[in-house]
Design a protein around this ligand. Structure first.
Ligand code: PLP
Length: 377
């Protein structure tokens, strides 16, 4: 094997995403002991900066779990849904379905409310489902990565709260790319991961858990080991992880979060994401037969899904992917299962453009310039 065989592609997929050279270099910082004072030098600022980025204070605990976003999501299902309670899983796409699957495979009493791909959560339909199922917890996706649809975090949480349930939110593909205002959001838990808008390698799930969630979890049985948020918090309150962390990633995360909060600045970061969303919308407007999937007001700042013209096939999009690879980019020819379903139904298929993390407007402009002729072929 030769490391020369590994292509250096710029990733415009929806995560993992581009990692700045400085953060690749930070992967060379020293290994450390996770029960030693060296651990605190990394994880104390990591946790403080995560709170700043989330827009919360001591009203939320930060728990860092080995694994990925799914690990944080599964921990909420295991720790917060008791055996005699119902969880309502609201889905606007593949990742809403994933939260439902986690509830089902963990033996929870789960109901699902599903919306068509490209739609956001319809509050009237959600209200009807809340009235019908009387759930103790409701899961939903803040930013649906398969379709580029963003749900209104505050409005959805408020409605769930009105019905006395706990909102458990999947924010995997938006955290770090938009203001969350977690303290005022109404969420009981908010799960995310490192490899999307934080522009780090994958390897940790990140869970923000309110005091109320922590209290409730104390009475829930059979929470598992690493999925038990009370056990996790025992270590997190000492700025540690429950199980041995990936020290390479912790070093990179410490450097990256310091950069995001203290060098780039979070307002600038969020504004840059909005600028890139607008660039992609303008690009799509200039492509005959192409159309944004998400409705106005629900368009993700971190990724965009686009309907391609009728008649364009998944096989043709895979050729675009290879043409873009030859130009040094990784293109996303749509979420696999969704495109297969759309193609089978004779409907227009999708491509996705990731514009998250540390991708700059200049990088995106170069990518779009390279992509345009391939899409118009
Ligand atoms: C919205 C959303 N939720 C959950 C996940 C699963 O996260 P992970 O792959 O980090 O476990 C993803 C991954 O793409 C996602 O985009």
């Amino acid at each position: 094997m030769s490391t020369q065989d590994f292509a250096e592609l710029q990733l415009f997929i929806t995560g993992p995403t581009f990692i700045r050279p400085e953060i690749r270099e930070a992967g060379l910082l020293p290994e450390f002991g996770h029960r030693d004072s060296e651990n605190n030098k990394r994880f104390k600022p990591i946790m403080a900066n995560l709170k700043t980025l989330a827009g919360c204070a001591d009203d939320f605990h930060v728990i860092i779990l080995n694994g990925s976003g799914s690990s944080a999501m599964e921990a909420t299902v295991r720790s917060l849904v008791a055996d005699d309670e119902t969880v309502l899983n609201v889905s606007v796409g593949a990742f809403g379905d994933l939260y439902h699957k986690m509830a089902v495979v963990n033996g929870k009493k789960a109901q699902q409310l599903k919306f068509a791909p490209g739609s956001a959560i319809d509050l009237a339909k959600l209200e009807a489902a809340l009235t019908e199922h009387k759930p103790a917890c409701v899961t939903f996706t803040h930013n649906e990565t398969s379709t580029g649809v963003t749900n209104d975090l505050r409005a959805v949480c408020a409605l769930i709260r009105k019905h006395g349930a706990l909102p458990l939110v999947d924010g995997v593909s938006i955290f770090g790319g938009a203001a969350i205002d977690l303290s005022g959001s109404g969420a009981a838990t908010y799960a995310t991961s490192t490899q999307k808008s934080l522009a780090l390698p994958a390897g940790f799930g990140i869970l923000f858990a309110s005091e109320e969630a922590i209290e409730k979890a104390k009475a829930v049985k059979n929470k598992g080991f690493a999925t038990d948020i009370n056990a996790q918090l025992g270590r997190a309150s000492k700025s540690q992880t429950l199980t041995t962390p990936n020290c390479t990633l912790a070093n990179q995360m410490c450097v990256q979060l310091d950069y995001i909060v203290n060098t780039e600045g979070i307002d600038k970061r969020f504004a840059r994401h909005q600028q890139m969303r607008a660039m992609v919308a303008d690009f799509v407007a200039g492509l005959p037969g192409f159309e944004l999937l998400a409705p106005e007001g629900h368009r993700s700042p971190t990724l965009t899904a686009v309907r391609v013209p009728a008649g364009v096939t998944v096989a043709e999009l895979k050729k675009v992917k290879e043409a873009m690879r030859a130009k040094g980019f990784l293109f996303d020819p749509g979420y696999g299962k969704l495109n297969t379903d759309l193609e089978e139904k004779g409907q227009r298929v999708l491509i996705r453009l990731g514009h998250m993390g540390d991708i700059t407007p200049a990088m995106l402009a170069a990518y779009l310039d390279a992509l345009k002729p391939e899409l118009l072929k």
